[in-house]
Design a protein around this ligand. Structure first.
Ligand code: HEM
Length: 210
């Protein structure tokens, strides 16, 4: 399976070298500093990082909307900007729960001493509801702007696919609004058991007033 994926990465890279285009794979395939193994792993990273995340963001956002009929109505009736809505839904339902980093040198972070080698974990849902940053943090406000949530991380390693993810989610919510005038919960969601991905395995919804 992994072998097939690596083989596909190699053949796609070969294709991009002869047919360069304005895309990530062309950049990777033509980078002289990247070894074959690094290119394969980068491709693997893209497929993994862009998969579970969007797959969890999508039902998570729909669940938020189903639980907030007023907000859904605003989005459906064109009274809320889908672009700000996408970020607010990501703030309320961060698909990645935590990220851990290892300190490479001693540092002080928010008044706490961190020694080289210490592990530091960011809890995205917690940061996204920090009342020092977000007013009324537990309210779904589809027009919230600015919205400095950390669902895509932050700093030099901030999510590489954030814009692509936002695009996919915006199209999903726009099409949902077009197809479903009503979106209501029809039972409790079944959640993924994971301490990393905030997944939803099943999301029963009613599409007619109950
Ligand atoms: C809603 C969807 C997504 C969420 C919530 C998400 C979240 C994240 C987070 C939290 C990180 C770590 C950032 C940090 O270390 O501070 C990350 C990194 C990354 N993401 Fe995403 N991601 C999403 C979609 C995607 C997509 C669609 C792609 C690519 C197709 C992608 C590719 C990557 C890559 C390559 C990295 C590593 C960046 C680096 O280490 O420099 N992600 N993402």
């Amino acid at each position: 399976m992994l072998r097939d994926m690596f083989a596909y990465a190699r053949s796609l890279a070969a294709h991009k070298r002869t047919h360069p285009a304005d895309d990530v794979m062309t950049v990777l395939a033509t980078d002289p500093d990247l070894t074959a193994a690094e290119l394969e792993m980068f491709f693997f990273l893209l497929t993994v990082a862009g998969n579970d995340t969007v797959r969890s963001a999508a039902p998570g956002g729909l669940l938020e909307l189903a639980r907030a009929p007023e907000a859904y109505g605003l989005l459906r009736d064109g009274k809320a900007d889908p672009a700000t809505a996408v970020d607010e839904l990501l703030r309320r339902h961060p698909p990645v729960l935590t990220f851990r980093r290892t300190a490479v040198r001693d540092a002080v972070l928010a008044g706490r001493r961190v020694r080289a080698g210490d592990k530091v974990v960011v809890f995205h849902a917690s940061a996204n509801h920090d009342e020092r940053v977000f007013s009324d943090p537990h309210r779904l406000d589809l027009a919230r702007s600015p919205n400095p949530h950390v669902s895509f991380g932050d700093g030099p390693h901030v999510c590489l696919g954030a814009h692509f993810a936002r695009l996919q989610l915006r199209v999903l919510y726009e099409e949902t609004c077009r197809a479903l005038p009503v979106l209501e919960p029809a039972g409790p969601p079944r959640r993924l058991l994971s301490n990393f991905i905030n997944g939803v395995k099943e999301l029963p919804v009613a599409t007619a007033p109950g």
